[in-house]
Design a protein around this ligand. Structure first.
Ligand code: NAP
Length: 287
């Protein structure tokens, strides 16, 4: 579709932004449905966030994604929050509705969808590694799946403790541990989610856990998607665990955002192919 005066603009704001594959995913989906829409990225420094949001609203940008480091700080500039954003305290998708900016968190749906039909996911004990925005989404997803016990392991223990205070309730038992202490608990968990960048390119030899620390028959989701096959997932395979690639929740969250903007659901297989191609090219360019 040719860009003209009726083209609707969607975008991603974050800092840095150049490694995102969201433009490839959303522009492929726009093309698939023959929509007169385009998706761009804008590198917005934290000090410019409020001005950027005012600008996006004034320009009536139809919708946008939000990534590191703005997922939490954007909330104060929005007109309303969906329940998914309220529960996580983080926003990754914004929709312009009646000239109001409404924040959503589609990472929750992305994580939930990627693991909910896997047999190993039973409501035992889960381990979430990390205490940032992705960890918050993972906790909410696990809660929705019926988990009653979640251990949060983080480099800075204070941040993990903050999440425990935020999410613990009568139904959910939580505890915060250091990355070192986590190794004492990991073998008792049926689901392990890495929500840190450990193992991400170029640090591809790093892993938060090795095969002897991962229980056989468990499920390991690595939210890192570059590389797709991370060292953690290799270790998990060695241990006899079921593995889920980070590219799966990435695609699921993109599909959910696209649905919020257009009411249409792009085909997963098409987006998966585009993601795999984009990540391969990205690796070659950087390497
Ligand atoms: P974030 O809010 O910045 O949080 C980063 C977390 O990782 C913090 O807990 C931080 O610990 C920890 N961390 C960072 N560097 C570390 C290191 N070298 N060693 C140990 N811990 C480290 O980021 P986020 O949004 O949660 O994203 C985390 C990861 O998930 C990123 O790799 C992101 O690309 C990925 N992600 C993937 C998807 C998906 O759909 N696949 C969705 C969202 C995010 P401290 O608190 O101690 O600093």
């Amino acid at each position: 579709m040719e860009i003209n005066s009726k083209t609707k603009l969607f975008c991603l704001i974050g800092h840095p932004i150049e490694h995102s594959i969201s433009p490839q995913l959303h522009n492929t989906a726009f093309k698939y449905f023959d929509l007169n829409c385009v998706y761009l990225t804008f590198d917005v420094e934290p000090t410019q966030l409020s001005r950027a949001i005012k600008g996006l609203k004034a320009l009536r940008v139809s919708g946008f994604n939000v990534t590191i480091p703005h997922k939490v700080s954007i909330i104060r500039y929005l007109d309303g929050l969906d329940i998914s954003a309220k529960e996580t305290g983080a926003v990754n998708t914004v929709v312009l509705k009646n000239n109001k900016l409404i924040g959503y968190n589609t990472d929750v749906e992305g994580i939930k969808k990627s693991i909910e039909n896997i047999e190993e996911v039973r409501d035992g004990r889960a381990l979430v590694i990390g205490a940032g925005g992705a960890a918050r989404a993972a906790i909410v997803a696990l809660k929705m799946l019926g988990f009653k016990e979640i251990i949060i392991a983080n480099r800075r223990l204070l941040r993990a403790a903050t999440l425990v205070r935020r999410f613990r309730d009568e139904e959910l038992n939580m505890r915060s541990v250091s990355l070192f202490e986590m190794k004492r608990y990991s073998k008792t968990c049926s689901v392990i989610i890495n929500a840190t960048p450990i193992g991400m390119w170029p640090h591809i030899d790093e892993t938060p856990l090795n095969s002897t620390e991962i229980p056989k028959g468990s499920l390991i989701l690595d939210l890192v998607y570059n590389p797709m096959k991370t060292r953690l997932l290799e270790e998990a395979k060695k241990a006899g665990a079921t593995i889920v690639y980070g590219v799966n929740p990435l695609i699921e969250q993109a599909i959910k955002s696209f649905q919020l903007w257009t009411n249409l659901e792009p085909p997963r297989e098409l987006l998966l192919k585009v993601a795999e191609q984009s990540l391969q090219t990205w690796g070659r360019n950087e390497g």
